[in-house]
Write a protein that binds this ligand. Structure first.
Ligand SMILES: [Zn+2]
Length: 278
């Protein structure tokens, strides 16, 4: 089976254009923002463009796409305006994703900004209950975080508590970011051990996507600095052991490495396919 590998790409001229550029870089999945990542509103809805994009995704046998929520979204914040934006942004983004059925919507769970981890977990859980209180064709993914500042979600236990609170299995899962869990302290040289822990604490059935990144920092640094594959502290051996792990092979793998061009991502994807022989 050809694995689903792609990168985070810009929306550019629209959805169909995005699929064309993904195909050109040798990708068969990708990540993208449904709106300006620093805030702001969504693009005007173009149903024709979305329908054409969906047709091309099927034609080229893409795996699930992994849309990304804006970085400014913080459902664990302590300001009314911040919480209101989180509600509006995810609701609108999920509405838009209905045009691309079976996609994932990945988000950083949030930062509790001094309110404490328990309060943060409660706010995020209540938020997800509101967001998922309707039929949806997509699945929302909590991203594993590095633990920078007051970030919630840098341990599997925190994510497990949120998932249990929300109790909406059919539309909720986890996206594992290799850079983030390495910086949160998990040892990727022992991928079997990490996955056993994930299974025991969260359940591997919730793992839906991988952000495949190297890290500029040593394990446990909790800074969240992504690096090009093979050039950071994680290294090729661990990267390939994640990509080729029998329990992960079916998932979409998305690169968020500091590439400056789409050609750069294309080279990285080709290198991954070569090193894993797929
Ligand atoms: Zn990530």
């Amino acid at each position: 089976m050809k694995q689903y590998i792609g990168a985070h790409i810009s929306v550019g001229k629209g959805y169909e254009d995005m699929v064309d550029r993904a195909v050109a870089m040798g990708a068969n999945t990708f990540a993208f923002f449904l709106r300006n990542p620093r805030g702001g509103s969504a693009r005007a809805l173009d149903e024709d463009d979305l329908a054409k994009a969906y047709e091309k995704l099927k034609k080229h046998e893409f795996g699930p796409l992994v849309a990304h929520a804006p970085y400014t979204m913080n459902p664990a914040g302590n300001k009314e305006s911040v919480l209101a934006f989180a509600d509006i942004a995810m609701s609108e983004d999920l509405d838009r994703l209905e045009y691309l059925p079976d996609s994932y919507y990945n988000f950083h769970p949030g930062s509790h900004v001094g309110q404490g981890i328990e309060k943060g977990i409660t706010l995020i859980s209540e938020y997800l209950k509101r967001m998922l209180d309707r039929p949806l064709k997509s699945t929302v993914l909590l991203e594993t975080m590095a633990g920078k500042g007051t970030e919630v979600g840098s341990s599997f236990a925190e994510l497990a508590t949120i998932i249990k609170n929300v109790d909406r299995d059919e539309n909720l899962g986890v996206c594992l970011d290799t850079c983030h869990i390495h910086e949160a302290g998990y040892d990727l040289q022992d991928i079997d051990g990490v996955l056993q822990e994930f299974d025991a604490v969260i359940g591997l059935q919730y793992l839906k996507a991988i952000h495949l990144n190297d890290s500029k920092n040593p394990r446990g640094a909790r800074k969240d600095r992504h690096e090009l594959l093979g050039e950071g502290e994680i290294g090729w051996d661990s990267i390939i052991s994640v990509l080729t792990h029998p329990k992960l092979r079916h998932l979409p793998f998305v690169l968020e490495t500091p590439q400056k061009t789409e050609k750069g991502y294309g080279n990285e994807i080709a290198e991954l396919r070569k090193r894993s022989a797929n």
